[in-house]
Design a protein around this ligand. Structure first.
Ligand code: ATP
Ligand code: MG
Length: 342
C-alpha cells in the first residue's frame, strides 16, 4: 500500500515543483530582470557620479587674485532643480563617503581638514549634520571655535586650532576656524586689543601678515599629508533676514534666535569685504576655497557633499595591501580558529 505523504514530504514535494517551474520557465526571466536592474543602477550611479564631479568644481576658487564675491550668486542652484534630485544625490554620496572614509581610516596615511566659515544662519551646523550623518564617528571629529578663552588669548592665534588638527586616517571638521582672526577680529578690532600682542606688532600690515601665516600653515599641512579644503557658505543678506524671522515666528526655532546675530548684521558690508579679501589672499591650488551658494539648503548640502567625495577620490585611497609573510600569518590564524570550532 502506498504510503500517504506526511506534511514534510508534501511541503518538500511542493517546494520541488516550485523550484522546477522556476528553473525551467522563469529563471531566465528573473536573471534578465536582475541584469536590467543592475545595469540601471550602474547607469544611475555613473550619472550621479558625473553630477558630483561637476558640482565639486563649480564654486572652487584656487587662485584668489581676481576673486570678486559679487561674481558668486548665493541663490545659484547650479542646475539642481528639485529637493528630490538633491536627496538622491546625497544618498548616493553617503554610500561613497562611508566607503572612502573606511579606506582613509584603514590606510592611516592621509588626514582631511574641512573648514566651514559663514555668516550666522547660513547653515554651517545643518551642513555638518546632513553631509556627515552615517559617517563612522570614530573617523571624524567636529571642533567648533567660538570667542577665545583667556588661555587661548594668551597664545599665538593658530594655537587653539592646531591642537584640534585631525590625526592620520581621520576627517577633522572645523566649525569656524583660525579664519575668524581675519574676519570678526578685523571687523571688530577691539578683539585684536585683547590678544596681548606687543603693540609695535600691530601695524596696518597685520592682516596681510596673517594671510601669509595661514597660507604657510596650510602649505605645511599639505606637505604633511593633511589635505585642507575650505567652504564659505555664501548666504544673502535677505535670506539671513528671512531665517532670523523664522527663528522668531516658529516656536521650535526660538532657541536659535540671538540678538547678537541681529546686531552683527549691521556690519554685513564690512564682513563681506573681509571675506572677499580673505579669499583673494588664501585661495590656493593646495588649499582651495569653495564659495557655496547657501540660500537653498538642499542644493548647498548636495554641493558640499559632492566636493568632499571628489576630494577624497583625489587621494586614490585603498585598503592596505597584505604581503606574503602577513598572508601566511592570517592563514595560520584562520586555521587555528577553524580548529577551535571542532
Ligand atoms: P551657533 O550660533 O550655531 O551656535 P556659532 O558658530 O555662530 O554657532 P556662536 O556662539 O553664536 O556660535 O558665535 C561664536 C562667535 O564667536 C561668533 O560670533 C564668532 O565670530 C566669534 N569668534 C570666533 N572666533 C573668534 C575669535 N578668534 N575672536 C573673536 N571672536 C571669535
Ligand atoms: Mg551664532
Amino acid at each position: 500500500m502506498a504510503k500517504a505523504p506526511n506534511v514534510t514530504d508534501e511541503g518538500s514535494y511542493r517546494g520541488h515543483r516550485v523550484l522546477n517551474k522556476l528553473t525551467s520557465k522563469n529563471l531566465w526571466k528573473i536573471g534578465s530582470l536582475c541584469a536590467v536592474a543592475a545595469f540601471a543602477v550602474k547607469q544611475l550611479s555613473m550619472k550621479l557620479g558625473k553630477k558630483t564631479a561637476k558640482l565639486a568644481v563649480a564654486f572652487r576658487v584656487d587662485d584668489g587674485k581676481s576673486f570678486r564675491l559679487k561674481d558668486f550668486d548665493p541663490t545659484d542652484r547650479n542646475g539642481l532643480e528639485s529637493k528630490q534630485e538633491c536627496a538622491e544625490l546625497l544618498q548616493h554620496n553617503f554610500t561613497q563617503l562611508t566607503d572612502l572614509q573606511d579606506k582613509l581610516y584603514a590606510q592611516d596615511q592621509w588626514a582631511v581638514l574641512l573648514i566651514f566659515q559663514a555668516m550666522d544662519a547660513a547653515g554651517k551646523d545643518g551642513v555638518i549634520k546632513h553631509v556627515f550623518s552615517g559617517v563612522n564617528p570614530q573617523g571624524c571629529e567636529v571642533s567648533s571655535f567660538k570667542q577665545p578663552s583667556g588661555e587661548e588669548l594668551n597664545h599665538d592665534f593658530l594655537w587653539r586650532t592646531t591642537k584640534r588638527l585631525p590625526e592620520r586616517g581621520r576627517i577633522g571638521i572645523f566649525n569656524r576656524s583660525y579664519y575668524e582672526e581675519v574676519l570678526v577680529v578685523r571687523v571688530h578690532q577691539e578683539f585684536l586689543a585683547k590678544e596681548h600682542l606687543p603693540p609695535h606688532l600691530i601695524t596696518k600690515n597685520i592682516w596681510r601678515e596673517r594671510f601669509e601665516d595661514i597660507c604657510n600653515l596650510e602649505s605645511y599641512l599639505t606637505r604633511n599629508g593633511i589635505l585642507v579644503r575650505k567652504f564659505f557658505l555664501n548666504v544673502s543678506k535677505e535670506e539671513q533676514r528671512r531665517r532670523f524671522l523664522k527663528r522668531l515666528e516658529e516656536p521650535e526655532k526660538n532657541w536659535k534666535f540671538s540678538e547678537a546675530d541681529v546686531r552683527e548684521r549691521q556690519y554685513w558690508d564690512d564682513y563681506m569685504a573681509a571675506y572677499e579679501d580673505m579669499i583673494r589672499n588664501t585661495a590656493t591650488k593646495e588649499a582651495p576655497w569653495y564659495v557655496v551658494p547657501a540660500d537653498h539648503k538642499w542644493s548647498m548640502h548636495a554641493t558640499v557633499s559632492s566636493t568632499i567625495i571628489e576630494t577624497l577620490k583625489e587621494l586614490k585611497l585603498s585598503y592596505p595591501k597584505v604581503d606574503a609573510a602577513r598572508s601566511k600569518e592570517l592563514e595560520a590564524a584562520r586555521k587555528a580558529l577553524l580548529k577551535e570550532k571542532d
